[in-house]
Design a protein around this ligand. Structure first.
Ligand code: GLP
Length: 245
């Protein structure tokens, strides 16, 4: 385990995706109690950890329920409710249903998205999230806080960058179907979770991992805000740690 100078964020490097999932599951379950709120991210990186948590619960190896409510990190705007690509659907399918979590998130069809973002931000803060699970974009984004997002940003409506839309197009029938906007927890919102666990796999994220851990704390790399959190972990495989220098 290494801790960059001047920061308390801890970087745990594991040999493969299975070990990353195992370590991340430990860090998440460690701080959950049966009435906790847990912050859940979409994306492929946290899936192994979610599966590992579900496996342990099914084996009776951990308390069941592990938490009561799951809070989405972000949600697309404009997809029909129940669309399999809404993040609420993804999180229910991948983890929340199996754990019996009540999923809360922004309403992606709200008539007034700005007001909905504010409402959701207040709900998340009031819930006092015990642990927020995170993935990272190749450009260093957290949730949908794209580069340039203020480190003090609140939960809000954001326009997705074209690179993020391209990265996420694989889940949609056509690239044009990827929504252009989303509601994301702000960086200041997610920083209020008592623990942060960022899970990263693969070489294509290596530069983002280096910038997040060792670059300046700067909106150019939104994930660098982790360096200011008192209980933040970054769990990566060797490939994702390859550019750390
Ligand atoms: C989306 C999500 C992010 C996630 C990112 C990376 O953009 N909004 O929260 O971190 O995807 O996804 P993956 O882990 O599949 O690379």
């Amino acid at each position: 385990m290494t801790t960059p100078p001047g920061s308390t964020v801890r970087h745990l490097v594991r040999d493969d995706a299975g070990q990353v999932a195992d370590t991340a599951a430990d860090l998440i379950l460690d701080v959950l109690e049966t009435d906790s709120a847990v912050g859940l991210a979409t994306g492929s990186s946290p899936l192994g950890a979610y599966q590992e948590i579900v496996r342990r619960v099914r084996l009776g190896a951990t308390a069941s329920p592990v938490a009561r409510r799951g809070f989405l990190l972000d949600e697309y705007l404009g997809l029909p409710a129940g669309d399999p690509n809404t993040y609420a659907s993804v999180i229910r399918r991948e983890v929340a249903d199996a754990l019996g979590l009540d999923v809360r998130g922004p309403d992606g069809q709200a008539a007034d998205p700005e007001q909905e973002a504010e409402r959701y931000g207040r709900e998340v803060v009031a819930a006092s999230v015990a642990v927020q699970v995170l993935g990272i974009g190749r450009n260093g984004h957290l949730g949908f806080n794209e580069p340039g997002s203020s480190l003090d940003s609140q939960t809000r409506v954001v326009r997705l960058t074209e690179s993020t839309r391209r990265d996420n197009a694989r889940f949609f029938d056509s690239p044009a179907d990827v929504p252009t906007h989303a509601i994301t927890q702000g960086l200041a919102t997610l920083m209020q979770a008592r623990r942060l666990v960022l899970i990263v796999l693969g070489e294509r994220k290596a530069e983002a991992v280096h910038a997040a851990l060792h670059g300046p704390v700067d909106p150019a790399c939104p994930a660098s805000v982790l360096q200011r959190h008192p209980d933040a972990y970054v769990v990566t495989d060797r490939e994702a740690a390859a550019a750390v220098r």
